[in-house]
Design a binder for this molecule. Sequence first.
Ligand code: G16
Length: 547
Amino acid sequence: MSTLPVEAIREFSERHPKPGHLTYQYGTAGFRTLGNDLDSVMFRVGVLAGLRSKRLDGRTIGVMVTASHNPEPDNGVKLVDPRGEMLEASWEGHATVLANASNTSAFVEALETLVKQLKIDLSKPARVVYARDTRPSGPALVGALEDGLKALGVEARNAGVTTTPILHYLVRAINTKGTKDTYGDDSAEGYMQKLSSAFKKLIAGKPASPPLLVDCANGVGAEAAATLSRYLGESLSLILHNTATTTSGALNHACGADFVKTQQKLPPSLAAHLKPGQRACSLDGDADRLIYFYLDERSQFHMLDGDKIAALVAAFIVDLVKAAGLEEEIRVGIVQTAYANGGSTKYLAERLPVRCVPTGVKHLHHAAEHYDVGVYFEANGHGTVLFSPETQAKLAEHQPSTPAQSTALTHLVNLTNLINQTVGDALSDMLLVEVVLVHRSYGAFEWDSLYVDLPNRLVKVVVADRNIFKTEDAERRLVSPPGLQARIDELVRKYEAGRAFVRPSGTEDVVRVYAEARVRAQADELAYRVAGLVYDETGGDPATRPA
Ligand code: G16
């Protein structure tokens, strides 16, 4: 068994010293903070990704450099495991330990401990594929990552500037190449080809939809959407907006899925373009979230978020499973988080099994794997559908007994190709929504009418230390600070259909407060009153005390 290349690691590590005053944490979606503070983290993640690959016998690990929906000066990095899923939870702890080693010697020591503890065979090959989004801090951070990969002698592949979901796709495609589970050609073209050809098959013979307006958040999704649009040709016309990927400060600014979801309004840049009744959608900064919206005939804004997408898609799949004659054999289930609107949970729970898990794709993804077909969406628009390996085998083997069954079965098989099953994917989800709308002959209004959302409000509170906030029951209740949950409960009881919860963000240095109630003014009031309780508890920054 060979040993760690300590000399090379030391040499490179000296070029990427850890700032003494910072503590890092691998959170909801990896490490995320100001791009300027991430140099040492990137280097160390490069080494860690190599070790993860060696531990998994040389299977390819993905590294994505992005801060997704966060402001442009932020950046981040997350690791992708061989099947395209998020890094195994136990390694998040290892990542945090390595990132916080105070200097080169401490880092090397932590690496040696890790290698011993996990019995990593260092003679195995290490393979990593990496990509970044369009943030200005990206190139330098990728340089630091590459130093980490070089230090360990990793066989590295640079996937360039691309979306998070394409990177996840590539990881799975590389690792399944030439096997019976092959996921597609391991290139961005392979991804475009796979999605667009499944889409064309699914809508064949149906009337063409009116053009769809796409807000690309001035992020990396703009480039991917433009390419996808070429592959789609006449099958779907996309009108792309907010594609200024090189304009300083434009990324996620007053546009994108997070803006639409949290502000509950139209990106101002679309106001002159969106006609009443027309469908539009927003991607986020790395194109892994999707929110639809439309204006009604009085030009009132209506949002179709992740919950609405889940309801639309799940009902469609259930109907196809029935139509294919597989109702008894394939169980469809839903996974949501505490942020799911009470209206959606009620609608879905009357039809399907529903589970609630903590925020973060990794939690939703794992829970969805327990169903034959698991539909998971966060209200913020992050989600996908997973078909278990047994379900995919059933779909391949099932002998339909009528032409109608045969058609439904073919649609289901095509859906397994249309949907990016590795992670939430705004472009793949957009095509999925478009398929369902065409099949149902729905416009945005009919889709919106599936159920009525309870008015809700999400606010952020800046506090001195968000780590004092600890939750239980899938983040629906606080266990710390002591006594705060009882005060929230007392407040919530005063509101009809009131519900509220408080949780620390895993991607920003804030505490999030969510509230819903029967009427808009009450939902807003409840959110701000709970935020006030949080603020008073912790003595947050007076400038940020909720009004
Ligand atoms: C990430 C995660 C999502 C999560 C979101 C917000 O999204 O992948 O699962 O909902 O952060 O998390 P938090 O409330 O903990 O800050 P993205 O799109 O930023 O990668």
